[in-house]
Design a protein around this ligand. Structure first.
Ligand SMILES: Cc1ncc(COP(=O)(O)O)c(C=O)c1O
Length: 410
């Protein structure tokens, strides 16, 4: 990466970059999103999640608008993640069972003949997860009446574990890091003949993560439609959380292309990670897409506690993101409290979801961040877009932070 600049402002580490001209691989092209949306629309509880406007924050921050896509309302599952796993599973099964992958819908997969084949072939799913992805896999498996096995890393919140078990999955908690848990899930899948549905790449395992990333495109499709329907201004700065970077890479690709297609200016993309586990930041900084943070790390942002970037999107993030922000936990906690308190219509934001709102607000408001605002060209015309990727997945943690003020701003 050329022309990098690194700063530490208000304890937030920032890496600024001059992005290359946008270029995207075939599997991230907009034409891939049609079949994805068709499938998602066939699922129970499908509804576009709301695109919220936060006028008070925008006024306080001196920008034109602050927009938040609220994925806490997705499918009644409290997070965006099931978009990816449900699509990947549908595509996999369509190919395996001879259904049309361009038009596959839930009714195809639940018809009696297909159900008998799933049972006869003992189709079983398996994955490792920080919580949300596993819940999505377990939910999809339950819609298809298939068993599944979900592996969680060390420190998994009991409430996250329970939410997955309630969907009928077998849940195995480990004392391993996320990366090691993913390796274990893969080993178990190989041993037992289960289908591994992992939301990140592993050596020699890239096709299913690509399908999962395509599944996230429904968020971008909805955002583009909502901007028009709600007559909102075009986002100039888009904030995307990264664990392994799958969601961020996919959303960057789909949003950048959708905006180009509708002749809107190319926005700046800002990638957010926990400070302790900033593998995408380190990969961008070093130019090594496989840079990783080893061992078990502590952060309240459980969904972002991943040590190694997803190999099929990291080169894209490295080339095309404008900024990487490595955020202390207080940024997420601040976002959680803001979501709950300062808006006309409060919403629930969990630790990994809230870092977008927290980062937007601190970037706009803190005097210490003035240099960052200048580099990112934030001004009164700017329109900030973030995604609240989860609600309160661990209600007791949410309670401590939002109601009791844990993890305050410095
Ligand atoms: C709530 C939430 N937000 C963001 C992410 C980041 O997604 P990715 O791992 O694709 O970077 C996750 C991942 O599990 C998550 O659970």
């Amino acid at each position: 990466m050329t022309n990098q600049q690194e700063l530490e402002l208000y304890q937030i580490k920032m890496l600024f970059n001059q992005p290359a001209a946008a270029a995207f691989p075939e599997w991230l092209q907009p034409r891939q999103t049609k079949a994805v949306q068709h499938f998602h629309q066939s699922l129970p509880q499908y509804q576009p999640t709301p695109l919220l406007t936060l006028p008070r924050l925008a006024a306080e921050g001196g920008v034109q608008a602050v927009l938040i896509k609220n994925e806490a309302e997705r499918f009644g599952l409290n997070a965006f993640k099931a978009l990816g796993s449900s699509w990947a599973i549908a595509r996999l099964l369509a190919e395996r069972l001879g259904l049309n992958p361009e038009t596959v819908c839930l009714a195809d997969l639940t018809q009696p003949e297909i159900q008998s084949r799933l049972a006869a072939e003992k189709i079983t799913f398996c994955t490792a997860t920080d919580g949300n992805h596993g819940r999505g896999v377990a939910w999809t498996a339950s819609l298809l009446n298939c068993p599944c096995h979900i592996y969680l890393p060390a420190g998994a919140e009991p409430e996250r574990v329970q939410a997955i078990a309630q969907l009928g999955a077998e849940v195995i908690t480990t004392e391993l890091s996320y990366d090691d848990t993913a390796a274990l899930a893969r080993e178990q899948a190989n041993t037992h003949g289960w289908l591994l549905v992992q939301d990140t790449t592993l050596p020699g395992y890239t096709e299913i993560p690509k399908l999962i990333i395509q599944g996230y495109s429904t968020m971008a499709t909805e955002i583009m439609a909502q901007l028009q329907q709600q007559e909102l201004p075009t986002p100039t700065h888009i904030f995307l959380q990264a664990g392994v970077g799958s969601m961020a890479g996919g959303m960057l690709a789909f949003l950048a292309q959708a905006m180009a297609q509708s002749a809107q200016p190319h926005p700046k993309f800002i990638i957010l990670e926990p400070k302790q586990v900033n593998c995408c930041y380190l990969a961008a900084q070093s130019g090594n897409p496989a840079a990783s943070v080893p061992g078990v790390q502590q952060t309240i942002m459980a969904g972002l506690n991943c040590g190694t970037p997803c190999s099929v999107v990291m080169p894209l993030l490295q080339a095309q993101a404008d900024c990487f922000m490595a955020c202390p936990d207080f940024v997420a906690a601040h976002g959680m409290r803001l979501a709950n308190s300062t808006q006309a219509a409060p919403f629930i934001s969990g630790e990994s979801g809230a870092v977008a709102l927290g980062a937007i607000d601190l970037l706009l408001q803190r005097p210490e961040m003035a240099q960052a605002r200048q580099i990112l060209n934030i001004n009164t015309n700017s329109v900030m877009l973030g995604i609240n990727t989860e609600g309160a997945m661990a209600p007791s943690v949410w309670q401590k932070i939002v109601k009791e003020g844990a993890c305050p701003l410095p």
